[in-house]
Structure formats: structure tokens, C-alpha cells
Design a protein around this ligand. Structure first.
Ligand code: UD1
Length: 364
């Protein structure tokens, strides 16, 4: 049974790592890996392949950056001949990036079974490009694997036949649990002169936050106060760096001694940085899940989340981008570090294995 697995952008790599590992161990599945090249910088891509032992891609489509239409269309154009040549039994896509919907569309139009891992998540905010990718991908998928109960419910509400939907747990957490010991050995804290619990970690890259200088400015107003209290380590996404350089906000950031910009961190270093942080501030989806398992307070600088289990069972709070609200949540959350939380159902390191078993049964 040949399955083409698609990975394109940074958050896909930790998911595909767990799946390639489980498929590699399965006797029934022959995995073939396609990298679309949506992310291409060494620190956004190759570093993750090396650290997570992901096999080198069988094909790299090398699409690079572009507008949503250009990037999506270019991935489709380049993926179609690969699919025709490989003639797989199924195509598997993960997450919600442009590579996910682009390859999904090509597969279904050629009549190839489409599998979506991390199906059913909904922020109910259609201004997010990822929300459109999620809705569209789920609508055309044959087999849908959910990471949390809300995904199963959302798909049922949208009328998806329950026979094609499976709650399997979280493949990103498979990778976290597998690599936690290795990450503990990272020297990043020493390299940056940090002590455990003595700093905050920050990531920001959502267009709604960093492309709009008013919103980005409001977030910086809060960071200005926090960095006087706790140093903030900020591995900066290329998109965010570009926006800082192109506006006055860059100068404001330079004026904050406690806000330390570093290059995008590798997987193991970032896992270590999160694990030992007093608090994490982010607009990422995956980090809400990772901090849930690590038991580290997380402030999500967005108005909504497509991962509600991280707030119900985890340490995550949806804070938005209002300066005062961020500061109030920050002060409140500082008191809560070290609380033990019950992991969400099936976030036990075996999600990819479950997917391999179900696929073996269903596609045979
Ligand atoms: C994409 C995903 C987003 C995910 C994020 C993680 C979509 C719609 N968005 O957003 O869901 O959370 O990845 O990073 O798929 N760039 C580089 N080097 C790279 C990649 C990008 O410099 O290796 C720069 C380019 O200027 C590019 C910009 O970053 O134009 C944005 O990249 P893009 O892939 O379009 O979207 P992300 O913001 O990374």
C-alpha cells in the first residue's frame, strides 16, 4: 500500500516525523515523502528533518514563497505529475497550511483516496487563511483523523459520515514525547545565559498580528512592560522580521533591552526553551498544544483557538491582542506555573501508530 505523505511548512514537519516513523515500521505501508518547499530556509526546514530523523524527501517541489493563489496553484501544478507517476493508493496531508489544501485538491481530482491528519479543528474565524484550508481539506477528505474531541464534533456538525472519522490523538505530541529527553540535553539556556523559570518565550507570525502595525503595536505595548519584569526570548519568524524591518516597529523593538530576538530555533532547542520558560506567549497553534503537555502557562495572543482542549484540559488561555488584557493575563498566569494537568485523551505518544493500524485495515 503506497501512501504519498505531504509536508510543506514548519509545523508540518513534527507531524510528518511521527507518521513516517510509524509507517516505516509497518509492514503494510510503503511511505513516499513529498516536500512542497513552502518553507525552504535551513532553519525553517532542513534543520527539522535532521533533528527529527525524517527521511530525506523522495521529491522536493521547491515552490517557495508567493501570494496564496500563486503558492497554492504552483504546488498543485508541480504535485500533479508526481502523483500521476507514483500512482499511490492514497495521499496523506497534515495540518492546515497551503500545501495541505493544494495537494489534497490534486489527489481527489485524480480520484486518489485523501487522508487528513488533524482534521476537524475549527476557529470559526474565516479571516484566517488556515481556517479556509481546514474547512476545504476536510470537505474533500475520505478518511479524517482528529487530534481532540472538538474535531470529531465539528465534523459531525458539518454532516461528515462518522464512519470516516477517527479520534486518534495528536501526532505532534508523539514527536514531543519521543524527543523530550534529547531536548533536555540542549545547551540553549546556557548559550543564552538563562536560568530555568527566569524568562518568557515568545513567538508571533500570524498575518492578523504581524502584518497590521496597529495590532502588532498593541502587542509590543504589552511586551514593553513584561520585558522589564522578565527577559523575553523571541525566536523570530522570517515574515515577522521582515515586517519589523519595514516599519517603525523595528526601532521600538531595538529599544527594549529585555526583548531578545534570536534566529528561528531548531526543534530541540525550542522544546527546551518552552519547557523551562516561566510563561509562553504565542499566536501559534502547535505551541498551545505543546505547552499543554509540558504544563507551562501559555497566553495565546489571538481572539480564538481551533484547539479548545488546550484551554479545557491544559494551561492555555485565549487572551487576544489588547494591551491591558495581555498584561492582566500575564500577571494572573505567573501564579500558575507547575500545575499538573491531565493530558487530553489519547495524547500519549501513540497517535501515528493508531493511524497506521486504521489505514492498514481500511485501505487493504
Ligand atoms: C505558514 C502557514 C501557517 C503556519 C506557518 C508556520 C499557510 C497559509 N500558512 O505561514 O499556517 O502557522 O507557516 O511558519 O500555509 N519565508 C522565508 N523563509 C521560509 C519561509 C517563508 O523567508 O523558509 C518568508 C517569506 O518572506 C514568505 C513569508 O515568510 O513570504 C511567509 O511564508 P508563507 O509560507 O507564505 O507563510 P507563513 O507565514 O510561514
Amino acid at each position: 500500500m503506497k501512501i504519498i505523505n505531504v509536508a510543506g511548512a514548519r509545523p508540518n514537519f513534527m507531524k510528518i516525523a511521527a507518521l513516517m516513523d510509524a509507517f516505516g515500521r509497518s509492514e503494510a505501508i510503503e511511505p513516499f515523502l513529498v516536500h512542497t518547499g513552502q518553507h525552504y530556509d535551513e532553519r525553517m526546514s532542513d534543520l527539522f528533518f535532521r533533528q527529527l530523523d525524517i527521511p530525506a524527501p523522495d521529491v522536493n517541489l521547491e515552490v517557495g514563497s508567493g501570494s496564496h493563489a500563486v503558492q497554492t496553484a504552483e504546488i498543485m501544478r508541480r504535485f500533479e505529475p508526481v502523483l500521476l507517476e507514483q500512482a499511490p493508493d492514497a495521499v496523506l496531508v497534515v495540518g492546515d497550511v497551503n500545501s495541505t489544501i493544494a495537494c489534497g485538491l490534486v489527489a481527489v481530482k485524480l480520484g486518489v483516496t485523501l487522508i487528513h491528519v488533524e482534521a476537524g479543528l475549527r476557529s470559526f474565524d474565516r479571516t484566517m487563511p488556515e481556517e479556509i484550508n481546514r474547512i476545504a481539506t476536510d470537505a474533500i477528505s475520505d478518511l479524517l483523523f482528529c487530534s481532540e474531541p472538538s474535531g470529531v464534533k465539528n465534523l459531525a456538525d458539518e454532516g461528515v459520515d462518522g464512519d470516516r472519522v477517527f479520534l486518534v490523538g495528536n501526532v505532534m505530541i508523539d514527536t514531543l514525547l519521543k524527543n523530550k529527553a534529547k531536548a533536555d540535553a540542549s545547551t540553549i539556556l546556557d548559550d543564552l545565559g538563562l536560568t530555568p523559570g527566569g524568562y518568557a518565550a515568545l513567538t508571533l507570525h500570524r498575518p492578523a498580528n504581524v502584518d497590521d502595525p496597529t495590532v502588532f503595536g498593541r502587542i509590543l505595548d504589552a511586551l514593553q512592560v513584561i520585558q522589564k519584569d522578565l527577559p523575553i526570548i523571541f525566536p523570530i519568524h522570517p515574515r515577522t522580521r521582515k515586517n519589523l524591518e519595514e516599519t517603525d516597529l523595528g526601532r521600538r523593538v531595538e529599544g527594549m533591552a529585555g526583548l531578545r530576538l534570536i534566529e528561528p530555533a531548531g526543534y530541540l532547542d525550542f522544546l527546551k526553551l518552552m519547557s523551562e520558560a516561566r510563561i509562553v506567549l504565542t499566536d501559534s497553534g502547535g505551541i498551545q498544544e505543546e505547552t499543554t503537555i509540558l504544563g507551562v502557562p501559555c497566553l495565546t495572543l489571538r481572539e480564538n483557538t481551533e484547539r479548545p482542549v488546550t484551554c479545557e484540559a491544559g494551561t492555555n488561555r485565549i487572551v487576544g491582542t489588547d494591551t491591558d488584557k495581555i498584561l492582566a493575563a500575564y500577571r494572573d498566569a505567573l501564579g500558575h506555573r507547575g500545575e499538573t494537568v491531565e493530558p487530553p485523551p489519547l495524547w500519549d505518544g501513540r497517535a501515528a501508530e493508531r493511524i497506521a493500524e486504521i489505514l492498514t485495515e481500511r485501505l487493504a
